[in-house]
Design a protein around this ligand. Structure first.
Ligand code: MN
Length: 467
């Protein structure tokens, strides 16, 4: 399936997606393209294709979201620190501080690994959001993950499962919270068959059948809606369909106890109009002609969803025994619904303070960043093992607490610690997102003096028991 590289990696494919960029920006992107190609020269992906294809596809995903030049450059370079000999200083010299910041951020996220410890999921997501000072770090990471998911077939089975589960539990929800539904939907649907193979096999034939049947009826209905709108001199609109992602259908399917008839919105009709008041006008015309199903009329324009989503939803009786969901919104709302934070110009304009992103993240989250910091970051810290497992500890915990949190024997036999790769005292107070490796020796045993340096009760108890 791997194509002719010359054709597929043609930089024009990316540049043609970026309509608003200057000649200087184009040259910079070209420079990143060449830099990545040389730096990863000879390296191959599991599929056997050149590693560069992954970087190209990541950058292309970013261009599809119409991200800024800095993000696209970072997309090309996101693996250059991890996988090649390129030094951070060189990256900064050639491409600037921002690119370096994003690439380092993406590399750091790469060390986080999801191992299915449910109680950590929500904390992890919040941690990711609250500590990503520049939202572009997350967006580059999501685009990187998207290509990895598209090529997941080439990995060993065990890895497929872990990466797919991580995508479903961590990355797709982040994309959703950032309002980039286009991305979250695709990530979910790519991960679904790997995480729930039985569920996938059960529902995909079911929905394939119902899609084909429904599409025909829907097309007929759509035409009659258009006719009614035009009759009332309503002309400035376009209409199409929205097909619900298979994973999100699966969730509904389980929620409705496998009663497929109860899922009205697998296929929905979408109406895009010019102005907000046109949305209500169109809804009026539709309700005047087709009876709505009570309880299914939702005004997400007056009351947007948490992630900023705006639209009117209604489900109507088509007259031939069917129910159809109709979504009505403006072009701007549509863009927002699909691209969310990625569609915002804030970070795209030169020299703007990146802190302006923070209010955005705040709006996306159920609690404000301050609250999260209070909830999590001021009371708990997240410490990583070199393998990327996460342990959350109270603030001011030491490497001793960390060792005991992993395993009591590890604490008992602890003789030293490496914090972020450097040998450090075991009493060192840890900081959020430190990577800690515990060094043990057979002859060590817990020491009462350790008590002054631990915060957690299980560490205290264990040390007291010993001495
Ligand atoms: Mn990558």
């Amino acid at each position: 399936m791997w194509y002719n590289n010359k054709m597929e990696n043609d930089l024009e494919k990316i540049l043609s997606l970026l309509t608003k960029i200057s000649k200087t920006e184009k040259d910079l992107i070209k420079k990143a393209y060449d830099f990545a190609k040389i730096a990863h020269e000879g390296a191959k992906r599991n599929s056997g294709e050149p590693y560069f294809n992954h970087l190209f596809e990541t950058a292309k995903n970013l261009a599809n979201l119409e991200m800024d030049t800095t993000s696209i450059i970072a997309g090309f370079l996101h693996d250059v620190l991890e996988d090649t000999k390129t030094k951070p200083e060189i990256l900064e010299k050639e491409f600037g501080k921002e690119v370096l910041f994003i690439v380092e951020g993406v590399s750091k996220l790469g060390t986080l690994k999801y191992h299915g410890a449910n109680r950590h999921n929500e904390s992890l997501r919040k941690l990711l959001l609250a500590t990503s000072k520049d939202i572009r770090v997350l967006i580059v990471k999501l685009c990187d993950r998207l290509h990895n998911m598209r090529t997941l077939n080439f990995l060993p089975e065990e890895k497929q499962k872990r990466i797919a589960a991580e995508t479903l539990e961590i990355y797709a929800p982040i994309a959703y919270r950032l309002g980039i539904r286009k991305l979250s939907r695709e990530l979910e649907d790519l991960a679904f068959p790997f995480v729930y193979p039985e569920g996938f096999n059960e529902i995909s034939p079911l929905f394939k059948k119902s899609y084909t049947e429904k599409l025909e009826k829907l097309e007929k209905f759509r035409k009659s809606v258009m006719k009614e709108l035009v009759k009332t001199n309503f002309t400035n609109f376009r209409s199409d369909y929205r097909v619900k992602g298979l994973y999100s259908l699966y969730k509904k399917y389980l929620k409705f106890k496998k009663d497929i008839e109860k899922i009205y919105d697998a296929l929905a009709m979408r109406l895009t109009v010019e102005k907000t008041e046109d949305c209500y006008k169109a809804l009026g015309i539709i309700h005047a002609n087709w009876k709505p199903l009570p309880g299914r009329i939702k005004d997400y324009i007056a009351f947007p969803k948490q992630n900023g989503y705006q639209s009117l939803h209604t489900t109507v009786f088509t007259g031939d025994g069917d129910l159809v969901e109709i979504q009505i919104r403006t072009e701007a709302m549509h863009k927002e619904a699909e691209y969310g934070v990625a569609s915002h110009a804030i970070y795209k304009s030169e020299g703007k303070d990146k802190k302006q992103i923070t209010p955005w993240i705040e709006a996306m989250l159920p609690h404000s960043v301050d609250e999260i910091k209070k909830d999590f970051l001021s009371e708990r810290i997240f410490i990583f093992t070199p393998k990327g497992d996460v342990v959350d500890l109270p603030v001011d915990s030491s490497a001793i607490d960390f060792a005991y949190a992993i395993h009591s024997d590890l604490g008992d036999k602890m003789s030293g610690a490496k914090i972020n790769g450097k040998f450090s005292s075991i009493t060192t107070v840890l900081k959020n997102s430190d990577i800690v490796e515990i060094i043990t020796s057979k002859n060590t045993k817990p020491n009462r003096k350790w008590l002054e340096h631990v915060k957690t009760s299980f560490a205290k108890k264990r040390i007291r028991n010993f001495s």
